[in-house]
Design a protein around this ligand. Structure first.
Ligand SMILES: *Cc1c(COP(=O)(O)O)cnc(C)c1O
Length: 350
């Protein structure tokens, strides 16, 4: 059985969190002399001389309408990076606990583990890039706190089989984190709606991809109230700036424009896939549920440098397990995709 309180580190269970001026006074007032802000204002606008809402309620209410989940099930982080790091700091004891990743996958799960001195166990994906449940189960011991699942996965671009994920959710007594950074480009359903069934589930999303706001740094975690309370206890008090809160709110009013971009990017992905497939330098293109393609080419390192020489930078994944000979190519604008295709068509070895 999953018991969140038992999973938590002792120091976090006992932690008395920082109490900010904004936490201690929440009523009506018109003279604010409680937070040592600059009462005269700032060179920008008067808004920014005040500390922001530590729990970002207005933004969470807007998000709640878009995502169909109550605000108290939402945590907002300074990028997904912060959503990842806090789970390590709250649940994993350095030098003792371990987590499981399914490589090839997103690099931050491992980097953040190493920063926190947490052991990383690797259940490599199967040849079809699906989860290896047998290997996963063998790696779990009493110190395994988190299983990281990235779906759609970076860099392989596929979604994990839903049944496999459900088997893990039903059988693992630690946290199961599903990173859905690319979910908006996928045909598959988010796991957000399954949260009531799984107290051990954390779903991560981000404003960096489909929403086009990588520069804002806004990551989201959706989970039980108990887990969100832990997040809020451990996070820096003002982790999301006033500017970010305002701009994200503004963006959330433009869901139609974002949906248009998503549709366009998915169409362009399919078109790019077809156009790449006929080039002789291209050996294989994997199906994608994201806004990028994993492409196997004749000599990945050489093609990478050839493109770079033409001012086109893609991601060389050829040294990554199961991705031998592969480049990861983000779907660009129409002219960018055309430039890429023309360059590849003229590749000397091809
Ligand atoms: C891009 C990406 C993210 C986003 O990270 P941010 O810190 O929110 O920009 C998260 N997970 C995966 C797998 C990604 O590829």
């Amino acid at each position: 059985m999953f018991q969140m309180d038992k999973l938590l580190r002792d120091n976090i269970r006992q932690l008395v969190p920082y109490s900010s001026a904004r936490d201690e006074f929440k009523g009506e007032a018109h003279v604010f002399l409680d937070a040592n802000e600059n009462s005269l204002g700032s060179p920008l606008t008067r808004w920014y001389n005040r500390y922001p809402d530590p729990l970002q309620w207005k933004l969470k209410e807007a998000l709640s309408r878009v995502k169909g989940i109550a605000p108290q099930h939402i945590f907002l982080g300074n990028g997904s990076d912060e959503c990842i790091d806090i789970l390590y700091r709250a649940f994993c004891i350095p030098g003792k606990d371990n987590v499981i990743i399914n490589p090839p996958t997103y690099g931050m799960y491992e980097v953040s583990a190493h920063i926190n001195d947490i052991e990383v166990r690797r259940a490599r994906l199967l040849d079809d890039f699906q989860l290896d449940l047998v290997h996963l189960e063998n790696l779990v011991d009493e110190n395994t706190k988190i299983i990281w699942i990235c779906s759609p996965n970076n860099p392989t671009a596929n979604s994990m089989n839903r049944q496999d994920v459900e088997i893990i959710l039903n059988n693992f007594n630690g946290l199961v984190v599903i990173d859905e950074a690319y979910i908006n480009f996928s045909r598959h359903r988010s796991f957000i709606q399954e949260l009531p069934d799984y107290p051990n589930l954390v779903v991560m999303q981000t404003m960096s991809k489909a929403w086009g706001l990588a520069g804002l740094r806004l990551g989201m975690a959706f989970a039980s109230e108990a887990i969100i309370d832990v997040y809020n206890k451990v996070k820096p008090p003002y982790n999301i700036s006033q500017a970010t809160q305002e701009l994200a709110l503004q963006a959330l009013e433009e869901t139609e424009q974002v949906n248009d971009m998503i549709r366009a990017l998915v169409n362009m992905r399919e078109q790019l896939h077809q156009q790449l497939a006929v080039l002789s330098v291209v050996k294989k293109i994997y199906p994608s549920d994201a806004n990028f393609l994993l492409v196997k080419v004749a000599d990945a390192r050489a093609v990478y440098h050839y493109l770079l020489d033409k001012g086109i930078v893609v991601r060389d994944r050829s040294k990554v397990e199961l991705c031998e000979g592969c480049l990861r190519i983000t779907v660009g604008t129409e002219p960018e995709n055309r430039e890429l295709l023309e360059a590849l068509a003229r590749y000397p070895g091809a």
